[in-house]
Design a protein around this ligand. Sequence first.
Ligand code: UDP
Ligand code: MG
Length: 331
Amino acid sequence: MKRLTAIVPCFNEEEVLPLFYKEIMRVAKCMEKDVEFEVLFVNDGSKDGTLQVIKELHEKDKRVRYFSFSRNFGKEAAMYCGLEHATGDYVAILDADLQHPPEMLIEMYNGIVKEGFDCVAARRVSREGEPKIRSFFSRKFYHVLAKLSQIEVVEGEVDFRLMTRQMVDAVLQMSERNRFTKGILSWVGFKTKWIPYHNVERAAGQTKWSFWKLLMYSMEGIIGFSTAPLAISSIIGLIFCALSFLAIVYIVIKTLIWGDPTSGWPSLACMILMVSGIQLFCMGILGQYLGKTYIEVKHRPIYLVHVSDEDQDQKTEFKATDTEQDGMDTK
Ligand code: UDP
Ligand code: MG
């Protein structure tokens, strides 16, 4: 029988996990004729009781597996860990907060099996329950990303999708440290079907993404998948060279014809300020690429696992043999 792995990154989700588990197992029951389920929680260094909740779920249901990080490595690292350890023939990624309705997995599965797609992904068509300003910047970001790179991120794309094993293996070949999964998924290609859905509010708990975190994430996307900013900075440099050349010609001619004593130093000061500003800005762009390259060449692990379900199973096995031996001693 084929297996479907659902990867669920979790960061401080203790409140919502029991609800999530109930919901995904309801879906697993609906699909039990077609696939068996494996739910792979990746605890991304939660500070609350998330790990405890997951351990209890694993204790009573062996379809639940987990990996728990030594600290918070971010959702991207959690998704990568999930993909690396998923054993399914089909692999899904979805959020723990029920904003990605697990029942959509049924439709996604049909898209792959019956319609022959390699990947079925969800696309948010409404952004209710989200601050207007966030939606605005988000939309602008994807617009800029599409312009600057060959990466096509579909409007409203979220990290909720079901993929075939072949596509997962392709994604795993991209082991870069600066991860931008939406870009990676678009880069590997394959036939993707988009299913629209309406945004729902979190079932419980709070969002982990601040505006700043999202801004950093978007920089990751642009720098990771496009070298256009480098080209743009050289073009800006060229334009300013040309402008200054024209200005010099103008000033020389003006001085030769009319003669001109030293005037205009305020404009000179402004120009120096502006040009040095642009230089710093372009150096900053260069620095961003250099920094990312620096991180990349260090080849540090993307995440570190502290405990996993296997450790838990081993421990219980250990305990079981221990008590057996104790029994022998007393005889
Ligand atoms: N998440 C994570 N690590 C982080 C931040 C978030 O694993 O550092 C998980 C989180 O537990 C949730 C998913 O990523 O399952 C999406 O996070 P959230 O719901 O906070 O984001 P939003 O839906 O507001 O974009
Ligand atoms: Mg959410």
